[in-house]
Design a protein around this ligand. Structure first.
Ligand code: DHB
Ligand code: FE
Length: 284
């Protein structure tokens, strides 16, 4: 059977991708950020997952205001990097895992989570930047990736609680897939940031650090935070953090915190990153 071994959360600031793609990762502004991901790159290189389920949000690249799926699962064989206005990032095409993705779609939809099934979708910085942070700049991504796009751009996004429970349904789906795949789930976006309006540039390290603590130790309480609290405390784009609860729902109630990194700033955003391992994979 397939199993979820661990979860990773991290921010997805587009300027991080641009820094890597343009050879600026060694500059003083960026060096501390990339240094913070060195242990994570070593961790995942050693773990060698077969599949990453990557929870992220599309930023008007694959979808627009013409069509706004709340949860969109990528079931295609491959996903091309999106052109976000400066040409597509020079990163490998993302290879999907259609068999597992369709199995997840069937399992969670029959469990009453109405996902949108997507058979063609370009993937933007929300997905490719976390891959770059965790895997560096390989000629090919070292594992398959199943994208799960969540609407956090147009009100109303899903609640934290809905996300947390979807994570649980995804875990059940993975654990009923009859191939011995080793899976890691990523929750991306955040942490505090606001890109618009009078509060543009807002960062709230106290909220962010408490969020990380609660994500580890008390995710059920965290899942009850209302949208307005994210917006008030973490800025309008801080709402991206509801996606981290999908990752957390897919893990054990008690997890092992393997690594934590918090860095301000990257562009306009507080970068938060954590690796959580399931203590007893398959035991849920
Ligand atoms: C920035 C952060 C984001 O999450 C995003 O989607 C776009 C820009 C930023 O900090 O620049
Ligand atoms: Fe974003």
């Amino acid at each position: 059977m397939a199993e979820i071994l661990a979860g990773v959360v991290c921010s997805h600031v587009p300027a991080i991708g641009a820094a890597l793609d343009n050879g600026k990762a060694g500059e003083p502004y960026w060096r501390p950020l990339f240094r913070g991901f060195e242990p994570s790159k070593a961790w995942i290189a050693q773990l060698k997952p077969d599949v990453v389920i990557l929870v992220y949000n599309d930023h008007g690249s694959a979808f627009s205001l013409e069509m706004i799926p709340t949860f969109a699962l990528g079931c295609a064989a491959e996903f091309a990097p999106a052109d976000e206005g400066w040409g597509a990032r020079p990163v490998p095409v993302v290879e999907g895992h259609p068999e597992l993705a369709w199995h997840i779609a069937q399992s969670v939809i029959l469990d009453e989570f109405d996902l949108t099934i997507v058979n063609k979708m370009d993937v933007d910085h929300g997905l490719t930047v976390p891959l770059s942070l965790m895997f560096g700049q390989p000629a090919q991504w070292p594992c398959r990736v199943i994208p799960l796009a969540v609407n956090v751009v147009q009100y109303p996004p899903p609640t934290g609680n809905r996300c947390y429970n979807l994570g649980k349904a995804i875990r059940k789906a993975v654990e009923s897939f009859d191939q011995p795949l080793r899976v890691v789930i990523f929750g991306t976006g955040g942490m505090s940031h606001q890109l618009q309006g009078p509060r543009a540039g807002l960062i709230n390290p106290e909220f962010d650090k408490r969020f990380l603590d609660r994500l580890v130790a008390d995710p059920q309480a965290l899942a009850r935070i209302p949208h307005v609290e994210y917006v008030r405390e973490a800025g309008s784009e801080g709402i991206e953090m509801v996606m981290w609860l999908i990752m957390r729902g897919a893990l054990d109630d008690t997890v092992k915190e393997v690594y934590r990194f918090y860095h301000v700033p990257a562009s306009n955003t507080a970068v938060g990153h954590m690796i959580l391992e399931n203590v007893a994979p398959g035991a849920a």
